[in-house]
Design a protein around this ligand. Sequence first.
Ligand SMILES: Cc1ncc(COP(=O)(O)O)c(C=O)c1O
Length: 389
Amino acid sequence: MELSRKAKRIAPSPTLSLAAKVRELKKQGKKVISFTAGEPDLDTPLPIKEAAKKALDDGFTKYTPTTGIPELKERIVRKLKEENHLEYEAREIIVSPGAKFVIFNALFALLEEGDEVLLPSPYWVSYPEQIRMAGGKPLIVETKEEDGFKLQIEDLERMKGDRTRLLILNSPSNPVGVVYKREELAQIGEWCVANDIFVISDEIYEKMVYDVEHISIATFPGMKERTLVVNGMSKTYSMTGWRIGYGAGPKELIEIMGRIQDHTTSNPTSFAQIGALRALELVDEVKDMVDIFRRRREILLEELNKIPNISCVPPQGTFYAFPNVSYYMEKMGADSTDELASYLLEEAGVAVVPGEGFGAKGYVRLSFAVSEDDIREGLARMRDALLAL
Ligand SMILES: Cc1ncc(COP(=O)(O)O)c(C=O)c1O
């Protein structure tokens, strides 16, 4: 069997392979504290499950319209209006099996072979792979710790070439937890309008913000017609396994994405859409979850502070922190953060995700979708292991 060149170019997901390693160690009876989770550790709220169960009992088990049931699209229109101050029509909405597929679908719809996509690093691991799969070329725009990992206009300017068509913006960002402010978004928006750049704005962590406001870049002048807003149920409602995400954007783009979906996944799962419809009504459950994450974030930052020679830009959103561990890498003579992560796993039974997969060597991602006790114990173990170097 000969595998295609385009398939062989796809890198394995560093987060998923690490989770497998942790499972293996746990099976051997080792107590591993894992900071690798990319999903809330809480269960899907009961009303969502009940709505989906009822849909199953009612026989809502067949194909639905490819881009989602009309009630759900209408509800998303209302959500975007009330919460994000964005006015869309239902035909400008697509519901897909996860935000991940919305992004892939959009890249497939928008990129010609060789077109370039501006991608701020540190980035979510799937973006560069998806860009390449869709025939594009990621143009990595490095952001710096001293700038709070925020995109600088002069770097966009420097990186942009004749074939640069898109920017992927992720605020709040995985893995850093960066949340862009109003004036920063206004500047980026202005630059995109001036340079005819279309934006894929991944807003999946919008509700997980700590004392800052989430604003969509699509709300700035001239931006709605050049933005695809991406969001989904996975993080906000602990529904990662349900696979419901959505996009809102110009109708020509949404129509083409609908055609791509017609011939690939077809509709997102029928009864999961009913669950999503119910989820969008929930307020208290989300607030409670965010409060839990807020407390854990405090504890994590407090414990990280106890480890000398580690710096960390405090995350303003998401449930991740991205500390700089380069001092300890140097101490152990490690060439890659993977080596440090392996040392922590073997010596301390602590799993962290090395930064290379996010385009940032010398950093590790710690998820605080972990109990308070585990955060305390895991970071104490990490401290001991690092100080022993
Ligand atoms: C930034 C970002 N976008 C999108 C996704 C994927 O979300 P979904 O489960 O809706 O495909 C994730 C999940 O880890 C993510 O971190």
